[in-house]
Design a protein around this ligand. Structure first.
Ligand code: PXG
Length: 479
């Protein structure tokens, strides 16, 4: 593997003096409203100030080094400190920093990226993705999806087909449409969501949803069956599309049973509804493939992407538009009254092209698929024997483990105890960034991680689990 390069040598990186931290934190809470944050609470603690990063590590303003097992926010697939991505942005800014793609104009990086993505997206059963619609984020891309599927059915003379079915505990973004498609009750509770025409079914979470004695395969078929029940309840002629993440990310790395996706495919085919694969997290090597639908073998009509397409170096998202939808939009559509100022932004597209160069040259998806992914599985799955862990699973380079009171019975801790947050605190203090979603601890490491670094990460996780176990026992929360 080529060693990643620092964008600037450490000596040139502006060091934040230790005494600056408090000042930055004060300005932060005075002026900066953070996403998904309780600001009253943040003001009392002070935000951690991240100052620089390289490879799989980030540093804070106190000089602490952290192994970033979350790739920023599921996005820095190629790792930090990639000079060629920075160079691509610089070159493009000096050549053409911006031009729009409205009014019958285009730009070279956008054309090149669309062409390259069309070639990368696998053809399944003769269905290919020859077209791309660009946005700047996953949320915007899912707004595009809502407008595009409704337009598609309008053009086919079925304007009553408006309903999009999604799943509880899904995450599809934070715009009005994104949050509505998502199945997060806390988001729906703020702002009168979901918007009309969006409805949800249960998630394929075996540990939570299975009946006593039911196998994972049986549960997978039953969970997919909820889609058919919902289609019948809504009325098959009113359903436009089903949207789902291949593996739920923000919901806590929920990996569906092997039987789930084939059964979903059977159902969407039977009723002729469109299938949207939201691969904002799962594409670009995260599950060991360029696109995750290939791993599970289903045939989406639309694929949402963002994050990993630029390894998070610059905002870019979009929708891969399959032949079925593209044909109708192009041949019957006339003008599609939708688009963003930054659709096909030349700098973002140039960075994406450089990122794809890195990923192809270093064969990152293949490495995850056949080398580091299986190695992570082997090391991570062994954590299931820890006295605090009820289950530990991986899929490519995402992984989750459930902290439980009793691993034999999977008895949970009372939700108010916050055992996941306790564990997350130990991780931060021990140099590891790992997320807690309730009592599920989750990771999505940079795809450049080596086997040695997998060892380093899993050893840190093990230590933090031990420390959490100590606390839990001291508090009398388990025997
Ligand atoms: N779809 C999926 C599957 C996502 O994971 C989005 C859409 C929205 O993308 P943008 O770029 O608009 O944020 C996402 C984003 C978390 C977390 O807590 C996850 C995301 C965003 C913020 C927090 O894990 N995923």
């Amino acid at each position: 593997m080529t060693a990643p390069h620092l964008i600037a040598p450490p000596a040139l990186v502006r060091r934040v003096a230790a005494q600056d931290t408090a000042q930055i934190q004060a300005l932060d809470s005075a002026h900066y409203l953070h996403p998904f944050t309780d600001h009253g609470d943040l003001a009392t603690r002070g935000a951690r100030v991240i100052t620089r990063a390289d490879n799989i590590y980030v540093w804070d303003s106190e000089g602490d080094k952290l192994l970033d097992a979350m790739s920023g926010l599921w996005c820095v697939n190629a790792g930090y400190g990639r000079k060629e991505l920075a160079d691509a942005a610089y070159q493009q800014m000096m050549t053409l920093p911006f031009y729009n793609s409205f009014f019958q104009t285009t730009n070279l990086p956008a054309v090149q990226l669309a062409t390259r993505l069309a070639a990368l997206a696998p053809v399944v059963d003769g269905r290919s993705f020859q077209h791309v619609f660009f946005s700047s984020s996953g949320s915007e891309s899912n707004d595009t999806n809502v407008r595009m599927v409704r337009r598609y059915w309008d053009l086919l003379g079925q304007p009553q087909r408006k309903v999009i079915i999604s799943r509880e505990n899904a995450y599809h973004g934070s715009t009005m449409a994104g949050a509505s498609l998502g199945g997060m009750s806390g988001m729906h509770a703020q702002g009168d969501l979901p918007i009309p025409g969006i409805t949800h079914i249960g998630q394929p979470y075996f540990l939570e949803g299975a009946r006593p004695g039911e196998t994972a395969d049986e549960f997978g078929v039953r969970a997919a069956g909820w889609l058919e029940e919902k289609i019948l309840a809504v009325g098959p002629d009113k359903v436009a599309a089903f949207i789902a993440e291949p593996v739920q990310g923000a919901g806590g790395v929920i990996i569906p049973p092997a039987t789930y996706w084939p059964e979903i495919q059977r159902i969407v085919d039977r009723y002729g509804i469109l299938l949207i694969s939201d691969e904002v997290i799962c594409a670009f090597g995260r599950l060991g493939h360029w696109f995750a639908y290939e791993k599970f073998g289903y045939r989406p009509d639309l694929v949402t992407f963002a994050k990993g397409v630029t390894s998070g170096y610059i905002p870019l998202g979009g929708v891969m538009v399959g032949d079925r939808v593209a044909k109708v939009l192009i041949e019957k559509g006339g003008e599609f009254n939708h688009g963003y100022t930054y659709s096909g932004h030349p700098v973002a597209c140039a960075v994406a092209l450089a990122n794809l160069d890195v990923m192809e040259r270093e064969q990152l998806p293949q490495r995850v698929r056949s080398d580091t992914g299986p190695y992570l599985a082997q090391r991570f799955n062994a954590l299931a024997t820890h006295p605090l862990v009820g289950s530990a699973e991986t899929c490519g380079f995402v992984a989750g483990l459930l902290l439980v009171k009793n691993p034999a019975t999977h008895e949970r801790f009372a939700p108010g105890l916050g055992v996941g947050m306790l564990c997350r605190g130990h991780c931060f203090r021990n140099g590891l960034i790992m997320r807690a979603v309730g009592d599920r601890m989750i990771i999505a490491p940079p795809l450049v991680m080596t086997r040695d670094q997998v060892d380093e990460m899993v050893d840190l996780i093990q230590r933090c689990l031990d420390l959490t176990l100590q606390d839990v026992r001291q508090n009398g929360w388990m025997a």
